[in-house]
Design a protein around this ligand. Structure first.
Ligand SMILES: Cc1cc2nc3c(=O)[nH]c(=O)nc-3n(C[C@H](O)[C@H](O)[C@H](O)COP(=O)(O)OP(=O)(O)OC[C@H]3O[C@@H](n4cnc5c(N)ncnc54)[C@H](O)[C@@H]3O)c2cc1C
Length: 451
């Protein structure tokens, strides 16, 4: 059995390592970096910069920690080096893992030449593979609307923002979804003036209204300008910066503009037609619950599969694909349930959620029990001088089974794992309430919300 994977992002990496663990011969073709865009351009560099901004803001809060004076400033050169260093370390760890597991790594651009034929164009020439199973996991790239032309200098996509060459004096972020608000937070914490163009009346249009309101409140406190109900329709270079014009006649002059308006899947030039694989109008590849395309031995995963565009989801798809190839339907094979995937927004405050949201339950007319506990009621939040935010758990009033939850505040992305586990394992609120949590920790708010 030969399994050929195109793309070594979270989906391809996880499929490769898990399949190799299960005894399958794996060939992994990667055009750039092991770990994919997630490591090189998206998750990891953005979170590295956000961590530095977070450290800087916490210095600003040190006055309340019993310290007389605290001061720090950003060293862009050192930050750029740190971003590259983390990427290199992750690349080295991934190379070591694949080598240890006996995965054949091919550096080059992969494409299908037929249903079972995969070609890799490498520096040494073309290599051909006969595959029993194929995974296409080539990811996505930033969407660029027709009315703007990024130049990588003043008009940026999310991928031009790091490693940082200069800190924008005034940055206009276009797009107020998860990526947009993370970039607002990142550059504001590093010291830039930031304006966010919000096409609707609120940021994060797909999130719980209470959560979006909490974020807007801190943005306002931190001096972020919100241009609400405005759709950007032009970005032009001026003598010393940019001008972003909106459809309601408003315009903002700034030093830089950054576009965070979605992604397009990398499905062109992959030979999908030759293999008979269907691609939909938006460029994503439709898949079934085993991540199979319309050609059963050709799988698709990650951002190109049009499911939740998260590294964690891509990895889990990769894992499930390896199991499906190894075992087919012969073992109890649990499908991936996308609506149980936790997600986080690395802003200040941090935001995380999982499972059923109040708004969805309301739309479905479903009865739910909602318990909410502010972090201010925990000793740990007071000790850490950051009592902002809350924990919310949503459960079934009849059975007590945990259906979802959201957390706003310090370490929300870490804490949501407890709720995610409860949702995936269909635990009851009582199971959380009866677990012992370390004292003093923020997690105690979860135990209290589960009462
Ligand atoms: C700014 C930003 C921040 C994000 N932060 C987070 C976060 O904090 N947490 C989270 O869960 N998600 C985050 N995401 C989303 C996450 O990055 C993606 O969902 C994830 O990277 C998708 O993984 P993937 O496996 O589809 O492929 P990718 O990570 O996109 O990797 C695809 C790989 O395929 C390779 N490739 C492409 N074409 C070929 C070819 N023909 N031959 C060989 N190789 C090829 C590419 O070089 C690349 O290495 C973020 C996204 C953005 C834009």
């Amino acid at each position: 059995m030969q399994f050929v994977i195109i793309g070594a992002g979270p989906a391809g990496m996880q499929a490769a390592t898990h399949a190799a663990r299960l005894g399958i011969d794996v060939v992994l073709i990667e055009a750039e970096v092991l770990g994919g865009s997630a490591n090189l351009r998206d998750c990891i560099p953005s979170k590295t910069m956000i961590a530095t901004g977070g450290a800087l803001s916490s210095v600003g809060r040190m006055g309340g920690m019993g310290l007389a004076k605290a001061h720090a400033e950003v060293d862009l050169g050192a930050l750029a080096e740190r971003v590259r260093d983390i990427e290199n370390r992750l690349e080295a760890a991934n190379t070591e893992l694949l080598t240890r597991q006996g995965v054949e790594l091919v550096r080059g651009a992969g494409r299908l030449a037929g249903p079972h034929q995969v070609v890799a164009d490498t520096l040494e020439g073309e290599r051909r593979f006969e595959a029993d199973a194929v995974l296409v996991a080539t990811g996505s790239r930033p969407r660029v609307p027709a009315w703007v032309e990024p130049d990588g200098d003043r008009v940026l996509t999310t991928r031009d923002a790091y490693p940082p060459k200069a800190l924008p004096e005034h940055l206009v972020v276009v797009g107020s979804g998860v990526t947009g608000v993370e970039f607002v937070h990142m550059f504001r914490s590093l010291g830039s003036e930031v304006t966010l163009v919000v096409s609707r009346q609120h940021v994060l249009p797909n999130k719980d209204a209470e959560v979006a309101a909490a974020l807007e409140e801190t943005f306002a406190q931190r001096g972020v300008h919100l241009l609400k109900g405005a759709r950007a329709e032009a970005v032009v270079r001026t003598d010393d910066g940019v001008q972003v014009s909106c459809n309601d006649g408003r315009a903002v002059e700034a030093s830089h503009a950054l576009l965070a308006v979605g992604a397009v899947p990398n499905t062109a030039s992959l030979g999908l037609e030759q293999a008979g694989v269907v691609v939909d109008a938006g460029g994503t590849i439709p898949i079934n619950h085993h991540c199979q395309t319309n050609v059963p031995h050709v799988y698709a995963a990650g951002d190109i599969s049009g499911k939740l565009p998260l590294a964690s989801v891509a990895s889990m798809q990769g894992r499930k694909i390896a199991e499906h190839i190894a075992f087919g339907h012969t073992v109890a094979h649990r499908h991936l349930t996308y609506d149980r995937a936790p997600s986080a927004i690395f802003t200040e405050p941090e935001i995380a959620d999982v499972g059923l949201a109040e708004v969805e339950a309301f739309a479905e007319g479903r009865k739910i029990r909602v318990t909410k506990v502010p972090f201010a009621s925990t000793a740990k939040a007071l000790i850490e001088n950051d009592p902002r935010g809350f924990v919310k758990i949503i459960s079934d009033p009849a059975t007590g089974v945990v259906l979802g939850g959201s957390i706003v505040g310090e370490s929300a992305a870490e804490l949501i794992s407890v709720v995610a586990l409860a949702v995936t394992a269909e635990l009851r609120v009582a199971d959380i309430a009866e677990s012992m949590f370390v004292h003093p920790t923020l997690a105690e708010a979860l135990a209290e919300a589960a009462e």
